[in-house]
Design a binder for this molecule. Structure first.
Ligand SMILES: Cc1ncc(COP(=O)(O)O)c(C=O)c1O
Length: 382
């Protein structure tokens, strides 16, 4: 059942010209750009002989996960148990939880999903967590694949010392209902380094640390079959180095202003298209004549550079904030503020938390609204 702006827009699905008639603020996904993004990364991964495990913390949406799987993804990564379980309930399987958990109730829920048929992989950073997953899987009657979470410089979760990784791998092996699958090493600190060369240096430094961990595991007879990590920023370098077996890119599917200055392939060109947009409407004008829109910080996450605003493909200017509910269009020189009632499409500062502000994605193709997809994992930070 659709509610909010999705319910207002539902009657427009399938009708020509409906894109410019949408009630707003509405989260849009440009189907052509989105499909191109999925294809570009899938083709690159295949050409380099590496796997892709797209990260659903970006989209939280089963419709998108299914299209990534159809394009050859090995599975879908999730940040939190709630996000993962929401996707499992929406018929997405092959799910990997990329962060440790410190709640027995959540561990039990995950183990129950595994017993109900979820193809589940989790990560661990301490022996107590191995024991908790082992006990939960045994009690639920399921099996869980487990990766050792390694820190190669991000400084978030994971073990940094090779000996600790070996001890965790041994602990996983000792549990009947757990399967030692390999390691995770997400170099998050590398992803937004702007220049390709600077990013290459940072990624190689992380990989040097990763190599010592892999070497120690091999020496202990625990060679990791899976080495999972990487992201949109490092994908080309990860394909080059081939130390990871799979890349967990998330933002590539949408793109946002935070990633725009990152020169992904060292060509200065945008590699992925801006597929995610927020449509807003000009509701009036300030005393100084600026167009005021109906989308503020409740429609856009603002932890990134300001959105660019487009009308019929032409860039009008930038959206600055005029409160929780409103935006202020700062037009480029020579561009007149559009009249009240004008629908404007805006890029987003940061895609992941922007998606989390909306109930549904409006899939648009050309000038038409093609479908409305629920965002099943929206709000599931549990
Ligand atoms: C565990 C993990 N893997 C991969 C990513 C890569 O995401 P992106 O491609 O959006 O940079 C992230 C980003 O936060 C992450 O936390």
């Amino acid at each position: 059942m659709k509610s909010g702006v999705a319910a207002l827009n539902a009657p427009l699905v399938g009708s020509a010209g409906s894109r410019s008639l949408l009630e707003t603020p509405a989260l849009l996904l440009d189907a052509t750009a989105f499909e191109a993004n999925i294809r570009i990364l899938a083709d690159l991964a295949a050409a380099n002989g590496l796997g892709l495990r797209p990260h659903a913390k970006t989209h939280k949406c089963a419709g998108i996960a299914q299209r990534q799987m159809a394009a050859g993804a090995l599975g879908i990564a999730c940040a939190k148990p709630g996000e993962l379980l929401a996707l499992f309930d929406a018929d997405v399987n092959k799910l990997m939880l990329t962060a440790p958990v410190a709640s027995r109730l959540k561990i039990d829920r995950l183990a129950a999903a595994a017993a109900r048929g979820a193809d589940l992989t989790v990560v661990v950073d301490r022996v107590e967590l191995v024991a908790a997953y082992g006990a939960a899987a045994r009690e639920a009657g399921g099996r869980i694949a487990v990766l050792v979470d390694c820190d190669t410089g991000l400084g978030r979760t994971g073990v940094a010392e090779p000996e600790a990784a070996v001890a965790l791998a041994r602990a996983i092996r000792s549990e009947d209902c757990l399967v030692y699958a390999g390691i995770q090493a997400y170099a998050g600190h590398v992803q937004h380094v702007f220049g390709l060369e600077e990013r290459r240096v940072a990624n190689r430094a992380a990989n040097e640390r990763l190599k010592t961990i892999i070497t120690a595991l091999r020496a202990a007879g625990l060679a990791p079959a899976v080495v999972s990590g990487g992201g949109t920023g490092s994908h080309l370098l990860d394909f080059e180095d081939k130390l990871l077996t799979e890349v967990q890119a998330g933002s590539y599917v949408f793109m946002d202003e935070a990633y725009r200055p990152v020169d992904l392939h060292g060509t200065g060109a945008d590699i992925f298209e801006f597929a995610l947009l927020v449509a807003v409407t000009v509701i009036g004008h300030s005393a100084s004549g600026e167009a005021i829109t109906d989308g503020g910080t409740k429609s856009f996450a603002v932890d990134g550079p300001p959105p660019r605003a487009f009308l019929d493909g032409r860039e009008l200017g930038l959206i600055l904030w005029a409160g929780d509910e409103f935006g202020r269009l700062k037009t480029h020189p020579g561009i007149a503020p559009p009249p009240a009632g004008t629908r404007i499409e805006c890029t987003v500062p940061h895609c992941d938390p922007t998606v989390n502000l909306h109930d549904a994605i409006h899939l648009v193709r050309g000038d038409a609204l093609e479908a409305i997809w629920p965002i099943e994992g929206r709000g599931r930070s549990d």
